[in-house]
Every structure is written in structure tokens, then in C-alpha cells.
Ligand binder design. Sequence first.
Ligand code: KG4
Length: 335
Amino acid sequence: MILLSVESTCDETAVALVEDGRRVLSDQIFSQADLHAVYGGVVPEIASRSHVEVIYQLADRAIAEAGLRKRDIDAVAVSYAPGLIGAVLVGVSFAKSVASALGVPLVPVHHIRGHMAANYLAYPGLEPPYVCLAISGGNSLIVDVRDYTEMRVLGATRDDAAGECFDKVARVLGLGYPGGKPVDALARTGRDDAFTLPVAQVEGRPYDMSFSGLKTAVINLVHKAAQTGTELDRADLCASFEKAVSEALVPRAMAAVRELGYGKLVAAGGVAANTRVRADLEAAAAQAGVRLYVPPLRLCGDNAAMVGAQGYYELLAGHTANSDLNAYASRELDA
Ligand code: KG4
């Protein structure tokens, strides 16, 4: 079964063709990062306008690259939530018109479920149940994935997402947008014990996280250094910051795997590209005898292939939508 899949929740426009949820026939991505870099973050209206400009061309290119005809498409999947509402609306409207024109089912996919499904493309043998650590620009979640479309959120961030925190830290250190990559690169040359930074616990909710205190601690250090004219070692600060982020994520995810007894941990989302987080996950999983699945770097960030992977399983479960499908800025993963 071949799905045409669409992603436009933030600043990547993407269209892919995926066969049976596991094989990518084409994966077209247009990143708007350069358009937003000058503003230091994503400007929602610019994002929506850029999606409108490129989405049809990307679809044509995907179909041509896969060597298919439009009538070979069996269904259309689309990220319908969560995201920047104007941006998501572009993808949803496009997907609806394509599904209607081709007379095929329309499959709504939760964007974070898509991130998780990126692992089905990378690991043909991966099957639920497993625990997923989903860490992206807008979400940080620990999820009990019982089956392909049946999941329960065990814990979530109470405030900022991990990726958001990377972006804020990069901004205050003058490292540009998006911030994850430059912080990652700089941290590699720094000492992670140079600064002691807070790792928050949420009382009575062992799997919940909080990153706003960490973010504020880094911002305060930078401001204080500027006020006193002290030279701050940015590499040391990035390394210490990453250590704190990793300490907030990895032990919690491992505790969930232990509690549920699945023996499998899956990472997903943009922050899963982080060198420190990947290394700490690998070490913790090896020590505990847990099988770890981390997407290759190209599948960590937003893409449409992951939407096609999850869309296949949503379609098999009968989760299709009608022409009144709407876009949502926020939506529970396990609703
Ligand atoms: O999953 P994603 O591409 O978009 C969302 O669905 O949100 O995640 C984007 C986030 C950004 O905050 C970006 O700074 C972060 O992932 N990111 C990283 C790295 N690469 C991207 N964070 C830490 N280390 C990285 N290497």
C-alpha cells in the first residue's frame, strides 16, 4: 500500500511516498530555516506562506522521483496536529484536496506519533510494545507504546520542551537559530562539570519533566557574566547544559522501561540528534541490557516519510478522516 504523506507543522515543508509503512520511495523536504534565522526563531506567517509556495512542487517531485503515477497512491496521510496552526492548515488543506481528487482515504497523523514512527523506517524489525522518549522542539514526552496506534503518555514536560530550551540557550549565547546543532557542536569541546545546573523533579510525577528552571539558570549566568564583564566559557556552559538535559531525560526513560518490562527503548524527535543524549542513552541501555532504537540523524528532524510510516498503521486501524478534518495547534498524543 502506497501513502503520499505531508508534513508542514513548523518550518519544514515535506512530502513523501512510503510503501507499507516501512519503505521510503521518495522523501522531499524543503527547510525554511534560512528564512527564519534572521529573526532568531520561526515567524509563523512566514512559515505558512512558504509552505503554500512549495508544497505542490514537492509533491510533484516526490511522485516523479518514486517513478509512480498519481493513480498508484492508495491513501494520503497528513500531520494535522500539533504545530503552528497556520502552517498545519496548509498541509491539511493540501492533503484533503489530493485525497479528494484521487478518491482515496485521508489519514490524520499526530506529528509526534510520526516522529516515533521514523524508527519503523530505520529498523525493519522494530515492533511495539516499547517505551518512547519523544523529544522535539515543541514536546518532551515519555510514552508507553502498547501497539502501533495505542499509546499512553507516562510523563511530559510541565513547561518548555527540551528542544525549545536548546534554542533559547543558543539564542542567549549568540549561536543563532535553530540552536540545537550549534550547542551540540560547541559542547563537544567543553567540560560538562564546569557549571552546576538544576535538574528539576516534579513531585509525585516521576516521569514529568521541567526545563524552564534550567533555561533560566543558563540565561542568568550569561547575563551576570555580561554585567560583571566576566568572560564565560561558552563551550563549558553548553556541555554543562547538555549534561543537565540528558540527566533529566535518560534516567526517566530508563525507569519507564524498567517499570513496563518491555526491554525496548525508542528515541524520537529533533533532540534525539543530540550527541550527548545519544551517547548517554546508549550507555544506559547497554548497562541495563535494553535494546535501544535511535533514528539516524536525517530522520530525527521533521520529515514526511515518518508521517507516511505512522499513517500506514493508522489506516490499518481504520483511523481515517472526512473532508471536515481540521488542523490543531495542540492535541493529546493518546486522545
Ligand atoms: O523534531 P523537530 O525537528 O521539530 C519539532 O517537531 O519540534 O525538533 C526541532 C528541535 C529544535 O529545537 C532543534 O534545536 C532541536 O530539535 N535539535 C537539536 C539538535 N538538532 C536539532 N537539539 C539538540 N541537539 C541537536 N543536535
